[in-house]
Every structure is written in C-alpha cells, then in structure tokens.
Design a protein around this ligand. Structure first.
Ligand code: ACM
Length: 380
C-alpha cells in the first residue's frame, strides 16, 4: 500500500562540477533501493525515493531538502559529495529531526547525531596516502586543492602527518572551484620550480581533469613524481582519459578492481543497468552500501521513526563490495577497508596496498597519526 512506503530523499548532483562523481552515487542509491524492493522491501514496505538535482551548489542541497521535507514529508536523506554541501544541509536536517546518510570521504572532525558517515575518515585514507608516498617517492610534498573546506582541513591533517614523520610541505595552494587553464598553469609552473617528490591533490570535480591533463602535458613523469589523491576515483579518471592518469595514486576503501564475489556481482549489476563503461568509485560503493545499512536498521527497529533508527543504526553491518562495513557505535562513522590504488593504462586501479581488516573510523584522530593499517599487505 502506497501509504506504507518508506520515503527517502536523494540529493546528488547530476549537473555542475561534481556531477562526474555524484551521478554515480545517485545511480548506486537507485540500484540498492530497487534490489531491496525486489526482494520484498523492508519489513514488507517498499522504499520510495524522491530525487532532485542540487546542481553542485551547496545552498541548493539545503533548499531542496527543505522542499522535500515540507512538500513530501521526507525526513531520511541520502546525499552530498562536497563537505560544503553537507555543511549547508546538516543544520536543516538537525532542526527537523531528520537523518542524513553521507557516502563521501571527508576531512573528519565532525559529529552530528543526525548524520551517518559512510566515506573514509582521515585515518582511513589521508594518513595511508601520505605514508605510502613518503615510503615510495620521498619526503617533500606540494599540496594543491580546490578552494573550500575539505581541502583546507584535509591538508592540515596531511601536513601534520608529513612534518611529524620528518617530511616537508614545500607549498600549499588552492585553486578556484572552476579553475581556468591560467590558474592551473600557475600551479604547473610552480611545481616545475619547486619541484617536490610528490603532489597531493584535493582538487574536486571537473577541475581534476584539467589539472591531471596539464600535468601530463607539462611532461612530468608519474613514475617519479606522482599525484596522490583522495578524490580522484574511477569517474574522474574516465573524465580525464587514462593517458593523463596512468601511474598516479589514490587512497580509498574501494576500487572497482577488488577481486571478490560481492564486488563482481555489484560491478556486473551496475554496468548492466547504467552501461558497460560506467565508472564506479569508492563514493559510488558507499552510496550503495549505506542504503543496505539503513534497511538493516529499519528491520532491527521495526520502525522508521528517527529516534528508533538512531538506536538501531550503531553496529549495523553489511557484506559490501569492499568487504564488511559496520557503523561504529562511538561516532556514526563506518569501519572501512583502506586501500592504495595506482592507475593502470586501462584507467582502472591496481591495488598496491590493502588493510588487513576493516579499520575503525577515527574522525578526530585520537589515536596516534602513525597508526598502521597494513600498507604492506598484499593487494586484495
Ligand atoms: C569532500 O568535499 N568531502 C570531498
């Protein structure tokens, strides 16, 4: 019966600068909801999604969520890529006793009783990336990011780790969200002058392709001076073309090359539905598994009341494409399996390091920065 449907709002951008990745997150939520509905829904109830496109503009996430709350009575949301969008949206979710499932890596140092964080916290990606680059390429870094909160905060953490490990940050620069060729040209010129052992890029969205292409056109060699990133996943690589990305490195809990039954099934279903060449990244996978974590909480709670869900969500767990994922009762973040990937000639990632087991999220970096999640363990 329609009145028994569980309505959820889905706010990922299919236009604007971060559509390159958010489109895949929207797809993954849609696919997970269909899979759950086909098997009978949750407690016999179908999940019914309401979609809208906030066009990669933070204030529009807030506006569209308010509209969905007022017009459709939605209180449960899946959405956001940029931290600026999450920060614009969360206050209205909190004020209206809603819940946000946020499936994107971010800078950490946040807790909201109304938010469940499915992407990597800094101890699950940044620290592993910096350590991998230091062990394999050298100790001097050039940091470049898009001009907003995630890159600033992420670089603060990376700088802290690099300096406390005996390395040096030679320069830290920010480019506009829609950087011009001239903006990127200045960065390339400076990298040539400096030059560092490795670059860490926290550039997001369409500018990612502009930067990597300019880096390649400048004749830099990824084998000697790679770009390490937290945000350059398979969709961004597909957008720039594999030739511009080959040899560069990304730290993430998921790559589409993971060799497991769950991942083969996930990749095959996604590509059957959205096209044989559709890229899938850690953000896509997190969007997918968060729907299943939500569904488990509804089953456990026997209710979709927000207070009941909040009680049920801690400890919810799912055999995700990356491995087992579990919501940490301490902080609403998720146990994930960090990995390091290096782009191959075909645009997919070789997994060059992998955690031994799911790593507890530590969004406030309370444990020592040198925590070892097993970067030397064989690929998997
Ligand atoms: C991000 O802004 N959390 C990628």
């Amino acid at each position: 019966m329609a009145s028994e449907d569980i309505r959820v709002g889905v706010l990922f951008s299919t236009t604007g600068t971060t559509a390159v990745v958010e489109r895949t997150q929207r797809n993954a939520v849609e696919m997970a909801i269909d899979e759950i509905n086909v098997r009978g829904g949750v407690g016999g109830r179908r999940i019914l999604a309401v979609y809208d496109d906030p066009a990669s503009e933070p204030r529009r996430y807030r506006e569209k969520a308010l509209r969905m709350m007022e017009a459709e009575g939605v209180r449960i949301f899946f959405g956001c890529y940029m931290s600026s969008s999450r920060k614009a949206l969360l206050p209205v979710i909190e004020e209206n006793q809603g819940l946000l499932f946020y499936p994107t890596l971010y800078e950490g140092f946040e807790f909201s009783a109304s938010c469940y964080y499915g992407g990597a916290a800094p101890n699950q990606n940044s620290i592993g990336l910096a350590r991998h680059l230091m062990e394999n390429f050298g100790e001097t870094f050039y940091l470049v990011g898009s001009n907003y909160v995630f890159p600033y905060e992420s670089n603060r953490i990376i700088r802290d780790f690099v300096v406390s490990s005996g390395g040096r940050v030679l320069q830290e620069r920010y480019v506009p969200m829609f950087a011009s060729d001239k903006d990127i040209g200045r960065i390339i010129d400076e990298i040539r002058k400096v030059p560092p052992d490795a670059i860490i890029s926290t550039i997001v969205g369409d500018t990612t392709a502009v930067f990597y292409q300019a880096f390649r056109d400048a004749g830099f060699d990824a084998a000697r001076m790679p770009i390490g990133s937290l945000t350059t996943g398979e969709p961004e690589v597909a957008a720039m073309g594999a030739e511009a990305a080959v040899g560069h490195i990304t730290s993430a809990p998921y790559f589409d090359t993971i060799d497991s039954l769950e991942n083969r099934r996930f990749v095959a279903s996604y590509r059957r539905r959205f096209g044989a060449a559709s890229p899938i990244s850690a953000c896509t996978e997190a969007a997918y598994f968060q729907v299943f974590l939500f569904a488990e909480a509804v089953e456990r709670a026997g209710s979709t009341r927000i207070d009941d869900l909040r009680r049920a969500l801690p400890g919810c767990s799912f055999a995700a494409p990356q491995g087992q994922v579990t919501i940490d009762a301490d902080n609403h973040h998720t146990f994930l399996s960090p990995r390091i990937g290096q782009v191959r000639a075909d645009g997919h990632f070789d997994i060059v390091a992998s955690s031994r087991s799911p790593v507890k999220p530590d969004p406030y970096l309370i444990t020592p920065l040198t925590t070892d999640w097993g970067s030397k363990v064989a690929a998997g």
